[in-house]
Design a protein around this ligand. Sequence first.
Ligand code: GAL
Length: 446
Amino acid sequence: MKLPSRQILAVISVAALVAACTSSSATTAPGGATCAAAANAVQIEAVSWWTTGGESSGFNAIINKFNCDNPGYFVTNSAIAGGAGSVAQAALQSRVLAGNPPDTFQVHMGHELLDTYVTPGYMDNLDDLYSANGWTTQFPKGVLDIVSAKDAAGATHYYSVPLDIHRANVLWYNKTVFSSNNLTAPTTWDQFFTAADALKAKGITPLAVGDSGIWSNGMLLEDVLIGQLGADKFNGLWTGTTDWASADVTTALNTYKKLLTYVNTDHSSLSWDQAADYLIPASAGAQPKAAMTIMGDWAAGEFDNKGFTDYGYVAAPGGTGIYQALADSFGLPTKAAHKDGVKKFLTLLGSAAGQDIFNPYKGSVPANTGAGNPPADQKQYSTYQKWAMGEWKTDTIVPSMEHGAAAAPSWKGAIETAVTSFVANPDAAALQTALVAACKDAKVCK
Ligand code: GAL
């Protein structure tokens, strides 16, 4: 992955500083202050899968703020590459199961957090932090509901701190390509295929996909399901009230099959960010490699980080007014080695001030409702993010399957296996059979 020259300089200067100080490590905010670890600082290991663009910039910015303000502690971003945690999640799970967890780690709110870590008893509750910081009134109820679990006596306990809210169902497009071809951003799948045909006729790849991690193709499946079923029936897929064998799902799967005929031929060798970069022309005035991509709004962080401003956005077709949400959160493993330091770090992650450091880089909106106005000397929210903040308040919220909120990890795995087969051999009927079976195996459907 190419780094912009400013970033390369920052990396080189941090490396030089680390070498000069012979300290074990140092962190730096993007374009900002560098803090080296004090000799006796308690090292806090935070594991994420944020290695690219706005992702690592945002996390490094908030880590750096913590390290500069808390010289007794030193947090490191031990990132494991692989979008959507496609590599990190298995590694994290085996460390937690082996009783050797990192001090804190990235985990999606919802099933990924609760089924994998909370129910089996691997996490401490964070009730004291929630009450000390007033988070039970600062985070939206829908978020509180899926970072918490009830105990046998019916009391609610909170298990992780949401750092952001991402929207998964967004279509991004190159504005110049659209305007020079007299196209408008599609808001229905019919409009999408009309625009895609026009682009194809001009020799332009309509949709960039990077499914070296199959999750990003699974997101396309979710998008067509949302567009076909609407919010209530889409929700019902995950609760057992919508039949995976229904005609609506059949129609969606045929749309999905058609959609995959408009994508770049090298999709399986690209990561999500490499696919997003296909919208960025190699030089001013050049034709980009593709006109659109459908990806979560971490793509906005990627574009902004690369200095690319010529992008437009709409809800993925059929998803206007439907916000498919997910949140990255961090918790406290019961066997964490440095609990006091983690609690201090989590306090910053959950605070309005901390969220206004991280989210402007990330493309997400803050989970803390008190955030949204960074001080003038910090990075500000983008035009996209200001739009998303409004949508988050007014849209119907549905959960993301691929990003841990809607389905148990084992169910997600079964769907990804079915999607992998489908991408190799696009047989919509076989896919539907596999999806019906996956829901039964998950014990959500009868
Ligand atoms: C998601 C995660 C986002 C972003 C994305 C791509 O699962 O929630 O924060 O990192 O993967 O890696």
